[in-house]
Write a protein that binds this ligand. Structure first.
Ligand SMILES: Cc1cc2nc3c(=O)[nH]c(=O)nc-3n(C[C@H](O)[C@H](O)[C@H](O)COP(=O)(O)OP(=O)(O)OC[C@H]3O[C@@H](n4cnc5c(N)ncnc54)[C@H](O)[C@@H]3O)c2cc1C
Length: 506
């Protein structure tokens, strides 16, 4: 790693990785530092909806316009990260008909196409929906995979010479004469500490941006806002489903791979690390969702989790659903006189490229680089391409993950966990939640990478433990049965609790 770069980017979510790619495309020497794996913050704990903007047009027309522009660009440049499912907005019997008129006007003003669909045609195409639909419209929403997107941004930037260090945390800043001179970083696995000199730092640490800014003696009012999401074991609808009413709890369903992500809520929290969902939060969501999908409570939930929105809240502005979903570029030089640091907060994953452009325009100007932004027309490299595969070559049947995908996911890694592999391949993300693929993957890496038994056992244990965390709040009905099966296999057959001391092969 070079100990001196022009720009250090803090945070490996959509925003930070988007910034890295933009910097690299303008020929600026840059390093990204992420404390965990890529997209382990909010960019991996969200709905996965590539907004058309229709959700925002009544309250915030500008956000609606930004979303539709970015939606079109991302579908062009990042097709490997997006499934163009299309979306629909449904007004249920409880919803205010007055809102529909305002919404249609907003969509028109923002340039978002809407097409009315008759309840009969809709029922034909989406049989799980309630029959009591007042009005239904098709919009250009899509599903986006935050894990793949972050990895794809980094891969594209690396091909241009950029560097990225994961599992490495920024622990402090060096400041001289009110100017940032560099950052101190610490690697998680080795504990090694280093200093990186730079001309500029871009703080893209999302909900943690306030904590990062504090290392530089800066105060940023980030108000962490928690949203709970649940996952069902199948695709309930073929398109993204939104409720046609002012944004509220439990009004979006997004199909992803073989499952559906449903949510969300909006509650202030004290910590960006507050990512556990409670059983009551799950039950409240189901209550709302069953107004659109009447059989929702009978469907099998496989996990629940939460993400934290990095809402920027300068003094006196609204919190929660009232807070703006727009992004803010904070120039610390203007705020306190500190040169060489900007923070990029708020926004949506859908608008990450636009956020990155704003930050890099600012920094390029400071560095006297006059190359314009070209991220809107350059294709993003796909980290892993999903291909047709034979049954025996698949280690994860739910999400069709092959041995080649597993090889590719760790090709440039010395040390990894099965969760790192999962984020890149969807291993264990399907209905069985790792019951059958975890031991296969650990065994496969034991053979193909020559990792020893203790290490392979650790991969296995950690992954089962990680999957278990998310299924705990939804343990009833079908999922309780699945958990018993997992327990039987891992504790009964594999004696998981004693695996570490077991010298036998897996
Ligand atoms: C429940 C929920 C649902 C959402 N749904 C959608 C949706 O459907 N569509 C949409 O467009 N948007 C959605 N959003 C918003 C969107 O997810 C976020 O705006 C976006 O992911 C934020 O990305 P980010 O890169 O700014 O932050 P993050 O993804 O959180 O990245 C910040 C990174 O910084 C790292 N970091 C922190 N401190 C340090 C440090 N000291 N050193 C190194 N690294 C550090 C963190 O580990 C983290 O990975 C949703 C948000 C929530 C909470």
């Amino acid at each position: 790693m070079n100990k001196k770069v022009q720009v250090v980017v803090i945070g490996g979510g959509a925003t930070g990785t988007g910034v890295l790619r933009d910097l690299a495309l303008r020929g600026i020497d840059c390093l990204l530092v992420e404390q965990n794996d890529l997209a382990t913050g909010t960019s991996g704990r969200f709905h996965g909806l590539l907004h058309s903007g229709a959700r925002y047009v009544v309250k915030d027309l500008n956000s609606g316009k930004e979303c539709i522009e970015e939606n079109k660009i991302l579908k062009e440049i990042a097709p490997s990260c997006i499934e163009d499912t299309g979306g629909m907005f449904i007004a249920a019997k409880e919803d205010d008909p007055g809102y529909i008129t305002k919404w249609l006007e907003g969509c028109k003003a923002a340039g978002i196409s809407t097409k009315e669909i008759s309840p009969a045609d809709l029922k034909d195409q989406e049989p799980a929906l309630t029959t009591e639909v007042k009005k239904a419209y098709l919009v250009p929403d899509a599903a986006v995979d935050g894990f793949t997107l972050a990895a794809a941004n980094v891969l594209s930037a690396k091909k241009l010479g950029a560097q990225a260090k994961t599992y490495t945390r920024v622990t402090g800043f060096k400041i001289e004469n009110n100017r940032v001179k560099g950052v101190f970083i610490k690697e998680k696995y080795t504990g090694q500490e280093e200093y990186v000199e730079c001309a500029y730092v871009i703080n893209a640490a999302g909900a943690w941006a306030g904590q990062v800014a504090e290392h530089a003696g800066q105060k940023l009012n980030i108000s962490p806002d928690k949203g709970v999401l649940v996952i069902f074991n199948h695709r309930i609808t073929s398109r993204v489903l939104n409720r046609l009413r002012p944004p509220g709890d439990g009004d979006i369903f997004v199909p992803h791979g073989s499952v559906t992500v449903f949510g969300t809520t909006s509650r202030s929290t004290n910590s960006p690390d507050d990512t556990e969902a409670t059983r009551q939060e799950v039950l409240d969501l189901l209550e709302q969702g069953s107004q659109l999908i009447p059989d929702l409570r009978e469907m099998r939930l496989i996990r629940a989790f939460a993400g934290v929105r990095p809402l920027y809240q300068p003094d006196g502005t609204a919190a929660g659903r009232g807070a703006t979903r727009d992004f803010t570029l904070i120039n610390h030089e203007e705020l306190t006189g500190l040169e060489g640091l900007i923070s990029l907060v708020g926004g949506k994953l859908t608008t990450y490229r636009l956020m990155a452009k704003a930050a890099v325009d600012h920094v390029a100007n400071k560095l006297d680089v006059d190359k314009p932004c070209i991220t809107h027309r350059e294709q993003i490299y796909a980290p892993i391409v999903r291909q047709e595969s034979s049954h025996e070559n698949r280690l994860c049947q739910c999400e069709m993950v092959t041995k080649e995908m597993l090889d590719k996911a760790v090709a440039d890694k010395e040390k990894f966990t099965l969760s790192d592999v999962r984020r890149l391949t969807r291993l264990g993300m399907g209905p069985c939640q790792g019951t059958f693929c975890t031991f296969r993957a650990a065994g496969y890496y034991h053979e193909s990478r020559g990792i020893d038994v203790t290490e392979a056992n650790k991969l296995l244990k950690d992954h089962i433990q990680e999957r278990w965390k998310g299924s705990r709040p939804v343990l009833w009905g079908g999922q309780a049965q699945e958990a018993e099966l997992t327990r039987g296999i891992y504790l009964g057959l594999l004696n998981l609790e004693r695996l570490d001391s077991d010298e036998n092969d897996l």
